[in-house]
Design a protein around this ligand. Structure first.
Ligand code: HAM
Length: 432
């Protein structure tokens, strides 16, 4: 008996025509990062589980609830990457980049895995485009990273985004803030779940990410970390803001922006899609998240190197572009209708020759009725069409039909010499 399979829940097939939007977004990312001097890296899908536990944080949602972790045949605990900052840092240390170059700027693109509750724009296999810049502690580096993100979004034509900005201070800030949060949240312990109580004891900052109903009101009034940051971090934050202003990069201070991962120090930021009207992304409006993580390289056994980066949700960007109608699927330039019989060999040869010159040319390999082939040409939305029969072959001329023009348009059909066809189709201005 045959069995029918469905894809794994939360993991999507990326198929035509949507794949073209994906490719468009990826191409724009590559161009944006190239202009800023970032090189691509590709790290494995799986890493040692401990890498994520140590970096993302033991009591984060990602580590406690969302990781795809398994034991391999050698008995090692392996995790499918839920994010790519930790793998990038691991690779940066392992391959000794700090020793050979003072500044290292990388970008990446690929699937990440989190066992999340699914909804629009939130999946279990999703894709990130991200970057990490190692070696510079200067505010100018934070701003460069933010700027490449903003430029990339601009290239995509996504403008209704607001840059949210905050600072988490340095390693001295966290203990003071944690103590204040503990004091603040303790009276609410009675309404907390057992999990939340553990979070309160282990890492109260992560309570700010809690979705528990009873905690939403207390969370909204909790102390803000920005009031606890040290003077040097405050000066850093002010300089980041000054530089952003200088570049015309508008931003909103978001005192609640602590991010769901533990490695951040100083600057944190998100780009959030906030249109005037309808929101195609619903609650999945955060298209980008990032920040500085000056201690992570050292904590993972590397040299003392500052770093800053971000990751964008590619699935969300694609959803957004498609909802905004920003992308049109590509179409063949020409469709050649073939006639059965010996002349068909010539038609196929011509199709292949034009294709080999880089033109998008289609035909129906099944041959057969002209009517069905013309229907096929409309289906693939070919711009031009002609029939290649004995008369055309012998006369060396075809009647090229512009499928975009109305039937009664004077230029609907034009006579073009077969020898001129490639030039005619590729030279702008020679045809309407
Ligand atoms: P993150 O905020 O966890 O940060 O993820 C970054 C972005 O990935 C989110 O803003 C969102 O657009 C997208 N994203 C996250 N989870 C999902 C999901 N389940 N489905 C669809 N999209 C999702 C990080 O991952 C950090 N590594 C960013 C970073 C890089 N910080 C410094 N360097």
């Amino acid at each position: 008996m045959s069995q029918k399979f469905a894809g794994v829940k939360g993991m999507n097939d990326l198929l035509p025509p949507h794949i073209e939007t994906w490719q468009f977004v990826e191409a724009q990312a590559r161009q944006a990062f190239a202009a800023y001097g970032y090189s691509e890296i590709r790290t494995p899908i799986v890493e040692d589980t401990a890498l994520f536990v140590r970096s993302v944080g033991e009591v984060t949602d990602i580590v406690t609830k969302e990781m795809y972790t398994f034991e391999d045949k050698g008995g090692r605990s392996i995790t499918m990457r839920p994010e790519n900052t930790a793998p990038a840092v691991r690779a940066y240390i392992e391959h000794g980049f700090a020793q050979v170059e003072p500044l290292t700027r990388w970008f990446y693109l690929g699937p990440m895995f989190r066992y999340e509750r699914m909804k629009t724009g939130r999946y279990r296999q999703f894709y990130q485009i991200g970057c990490e810049a190692f070696g510079a502690a200067d505010p100018a580096q934070d701003v460069e990273v933010i700027s490449v993100g903003q430029q990339f979004l601009k290239r995509l034509g996504v403008t209704d985004v607001v840059l949210h900005l905050n600072s988490l201070g340095d390693h001295t800030t966290r203990p003071a803030y944690t103590a204040a949060l503990t004091r603040y949240f303790e009276p609410f312990a009675a309404v907390m779940s057992e999990d939340a109580k553990i979070t309160l004891a282990k890492n109260p900052m992560r309570l700010l990410d809690s979705k528990e109903e009873a905690l939403q009101e207390p969370i909204s009034r909790a102390p803000a970390i920005l009031d606890f940051i040290d003077d040097a971090s405050k000066a850093h934050f002010d300089e980041v803001r000054r530089l952003l202003d200088g570049l015309g990069l508008a931003h909103a201070i978001d005192r609640r922006l602590v991010r769901g991962l533990d490695y951040y120090t100083r600057t944190t930021f998100e780009f959030i899609y906030q249109p005037q009207g309808e929101n195609a992304l619903g609650t999945a409006g955060t298209v980008c998240g990032g920040g500085r993580y000056d201690r992570l390289v050292k904590e993972l056994g590397g040299p003392d190197k500052p770093a800053v980066g971000f990751a964008m949700g590619l699935d969300r960007l694609v959803l957004l572009l498609e909802a905004l109608g920003k992308r049109e699927a590509s179409r063949p330039m020409l469709f050649v209708v073939t006639m059965d019989g010996p002349v068909r060999d010539h038609a196929i040869k011509l199709v292949m020759a034009l294709r080999n010159q880089g033109l998008a040319v289609d035909f129906d390999p099944r041959g057969g009725k002209v009517k069905r082939q013309v229907e096929r040409a409309s289906h693939v939305r070919a711009r031009y069409l002609f029939v290649y029969g004995d008369a055309e072959h012998q006369g060396g001329q075809v009647r090229l039909k512009d499928m975009d023009l109305p039937e009664d348009h004077p230029k609907k059909e034009q006579q073009v010499a077969l020898a001129e066809l490639a030039r005619w189709l590729t030279t702008p201005g020679t045809h309407p």
